[in-house]
Write a protein that binds this ligand. Sequence first.
Ligand SMILES: Cc1cn([C@H]2C[C@H](O)[C@@H](COP(=O)(O)O)O2)c(=O)[nH]c1=O
Length: 227
Amino acid sequence: MTGKFICFEGLDGSGKTTIAKNVAEQLKKTNDKVIFLNKKEVSFNTGYVDNHMSTIKKILWDYAPDDPLGELGDLHWLHLNLSWFSVLEQCKIKPLLNSSYTIIMDNWYYKLFARYTLKNNFDQELTKKSFQSLLKPDITIFLDVDPYVAVKRRDNISITESGNMDGLNGKTTTNFITYQSMVRGVLNDFCNEQKWKKFFIDHNTEEEITNKACKILSMENLQGSVT
Ligand SMILES: Cc1cn([C@H]2C[C@H](O)[C@@H](COP(=O)(O)O)O2)c(=O)[nH]c1=O
């Protein structure tokens, strides 16, 4: 594959989508083979795949705020999420990379990988094998934010981001901070192991963060190959 796969990672409320979109717009000014992908809003080449994915999307993200997701179990949600990512990879990301596109994606699977890593009663070999079966980005930019800052950006706190699928009870600010602090710890481990580009964003404006990410990417050879 001749393109580059660049992903943002970070806690819920770190601004991944906004920054990834801004960065893609900047890069597009000098490179017409740059494309922004929003994990949840991808369009596919065929009506069949589009319909299939919109059905999965409804189940994955369009649930009512108080739906008891946990009743279905962690294994079910792992497979459903993997089915989403695997189609994204096979039907969108790999074809774009094969056509030499630079993909800027707002979020790949690491946040979910971190959430599963935190589950005490889940088969961690399965967690690792499952996520490692997916494509690894060429470059990952970790937008590291303090959960106290991230929570202020949230109008509503969801079940998933406040640890209600991992033993915490209630969509409260305290639960958000507690759970996101643990997720942040795991993301920092991934960051160190995989040599992600990381920066702290607590005190920066959107423009500053965008410029910093663009600067980092300008130092990379975006015409390289994905293995
Ligand atoms: C079991 C489990 C599932 N999920 C599911 C629920 C959502 O469908 C999806 C993640 O959604 P989110 O990125 O909007 O929080 O993954 C978790 O987020 N955490 C979990 O612990």
